[in-house]
Write a protein that binds this ligand. Sequence first.
Ligand code: FE
Ligand code: FE
Ligand code: ZN
Length: 295
Amino acid sequence: MENSISEGHSKVQTTPKTGRLRIGCHLSSSKGYLAMGKEAVRIGADTFQFFSRNPRGSVAKALDEQDVAAYREFAAASDLQFLLAHAPYTMNPCSADAGLRALAKRLMVDDLQRLEYTPGSCYNFHPGSHVKQGVEVGIKYITELLNEVLTKEQTTTVLLETMAGKGTEVGRSFEELQAILAGVELKHKMGVCLDTCHIFDGGYDIVNDLDGVLSEFDRLIGLEKLKAVHLNDSLNVLGSHKDRHAKIGEGNIGLAAFERIINHPALRDLPFYLETPNDQDGYAHEIALLRELYR
Ligand code: FE
Ligand code: FE
Ligand code: ZN
């Protein structure tokens, strides 16, 4: 059956079993939602990620409700699903500065309110950097913030991103992510976004032991918590804690590993998002390449 326009008004996105790779990339939100939707379709994507606001600053454009409505209609007709908003990466929920923690809370509250205009979306954020406070203090601040911000009513799932462990980043191991999730009261509103470059840089060998890494994830966090995958190759080697993305197949993870990743039974039905150093043509090429490798 063809998608009908009316589906654009359905409340929550459901997991489709289309047998098709669900893939997109990070897109600029500067021209609004409908423009992102159209660009996604143009480059062969059926999902996408965007910054919830200026990635460096804190100012968010006023939400254009007409644009969102037009987007939702277009998305339903085009089978665009699994909208993923990425919080600004300067936001630090576990800063030593109480003012910056309060800012992180305001930003997250505002982002989550805006995301209710596109119900059933995901919201991904970097857990933050504990600076010199120690990882336990960082984890405590992050869970406190989530417990203040999450509501029973929200339809958005909030995702912790797996981090490379650059500097004092929290979320460099599955144990740290699990410790954050364990402290959150509304657990069903939470999930994890696995970034392939980050976990590889974090020391998880997804090239030679993908099964082992995913078993470890399942043991500590639970694979049902895994909601999205950032597909990035890495310029650096396993365990380098650097976080420099490379194009798919041009880094130390390599194309054969990405073929295994997108086809792995635990991952293949998840939405994948490219954050590789590419222009739009480069993204279109990587999306086509990965679709070809999907069985
Ligand atoms: Fe990120
Ligand atoms: Fe990422
Ligand atoms: Zn990164």
